[in-house]
Design a binder for this molecule. Structure first.
Ligand SMILES: Cc1ncc(COP(=O)(O)O)c(C=O)c1O
Length: 370
């Protein structure tokens, strides 16, 4: 994940600086956890859940084993199943949508706003039917989706709003945080996320205590009382070590997000190549990724490769074109903005601990592309 770049190169990602922030305190407590054998769920996970809930302003947080599990459990807890439709962006990471298939429901793909890469009230309204039971709004790349407008569009129709905040830890939406605005908020703590685990992890944030109780049972084999399995359950519990690591790292999330915002500001101020345009609408972003559009993307990638500048393509294929989803796809004309993004996006290096000299090198490299 962090292959060493050539001498004047810049890696796309380096997680070590963030890991070092908590190394000492993590290992000091990890020994205690180890001796207590608090490996699956347990007090370290519960402590993280309380801390993350307080940070989000959400009364109930449930630690899970991944963000994919979070979206799945959100849908399962809402009772979504065959015959139901769930709206999800055509342009997002596939983990936003797997849960719909796991529940036997039908994914309905909404196009995104070309300026922000998030769904909008208009793109949701365009695909809403009387079978729609939920909308999964993804705060893609760290930029909040327009939830107030989406809420107005679905109001009174019995449609739940699920936030996929896997890429938006700490993003502000008015006075609230991403993940604490809709009916259910989903998070991933995959290591490269703004708040990343030392392995796999995820969480759900929810206001309704009955829903929290249901999700707690679903993640733990459908039981509340041991061996009383009242629901068809899953083993989606969070590891104790991840709970511990995440709580230590949560204390640095604001600092890490501020460092990301500073790098993004440097990019926005320094990039001057008309052929490589940063995505708009990043005002409230927590900059999980810094994404640009480039019409001659393949040429740009060759140029960056030569200079040892890392990059990513998030994402090269829209969901309706992936084999597991093709049966649910509409005509390509339904997702023009998503298709245009998939063909042109390129993500530049951005991570906590990246130095100014490195962002300057990336800026020079992009500005020097002809
Ligand atoms: C937007 C989005 N949704 C869902 C997921 C799934 O999370 P995980 O990889 O933890 O299963 C991810 C990240 O991987 C993501 O970026």
């Amino acid at each position: 994940m962090t292959a060493r770049p050539p001498p004047r190169g810049v890696p796309f990602q380096d997680l070590l600086p963030a890991n070092l922030l908590v190394e000492k305190s993590f290992f000091a407590t990890a020994r205690k956890l180890y001796r207590e054998s608090a490996f699956s769920g347990g007090p370290y996970v519960e402590s993280f859940e309380r801390a993350f809930g307080a940070y989000l302003g959400s009364p109930h947080v449930l630690g899970l084993n991944s963000g994919t599990s979070a979206v799945h459990l959100a849908l399962a807890a809402l009772g979504i199943g065959p015959g139901d439709e769930v709206i999800v962006p055509a342009f997002t990471f596939v983990g936003s949508a797997w849960g719909i298939l796991y529940c036997g429901a039908k994914p309905v793909f909404a196009d995104v706003d070309p300026a922000t890469a998030c769904i909008s009230a208009a793109t949701v309204s365009a695909v809403m039917t009387r079978r729609t039971k939920a909308v999964i709004a993804v705060h893609l790349f760290g930029r909040p989706a327009p939830l107030a407008a989406i809420k107005r569009a679905i109001q009174g129709k019995g449609i739940a709003l699920i936030e996929d905040a896997a890429q938006a830890h700490g993003a502000r939406i008015g006075a609230k945080r991403a993940g604490a605005v809709g009916d259910i908020g989903c998070f991933s703590f995959y290591p490269s996320k703004n708040l990343g685990a030392a392995g796999e992890g995820g969480a759900i944030a929810v206001r309704d205590p009955a829903m929290a109780d249901r999700i707690a049972r679903l993640r733990n084999h459908g039981q509340k009382l041991r061996y009383h399995h009242d629901l068809t359950g899953y083993n989606y519990r969070m590891d104790g070590l991840q709970g511990l690591f995440l709580e230590k790292k949560l204390a640095y999330l604001e600092r890490m997000n501020a460092a990301r915002a500073k790098l993004a500001a440097a990019y926005l101020g320094g990039l001057r190549n008309e052929e490589v345009t940063p995505l708009g609408g990043g005002r409230d972003s927590v900059w999980h990724l810094f994404v640009c559009r480039a019409a001659r993307r393949e040429r740009l990638l060759v140029h960056l490769d030569k200079l040892g500048i890392g990059y990513g393509i998030h994402y090269p294929i829209i969901l309706p074109e992936l084999p597991p989803f093709r049966a649910f796809a509409g005509k390509p004309e339904r997702y023009p903005a998503s298709i245009a993004l998939a063909r042109s996006v390129v993500s530049l290096p951005l991570y906590y601990g990246m130095k100014t000299v490195q962002s300057d090198r990336v800026i020079d490299a992009v500005n020097g592309f002809t």
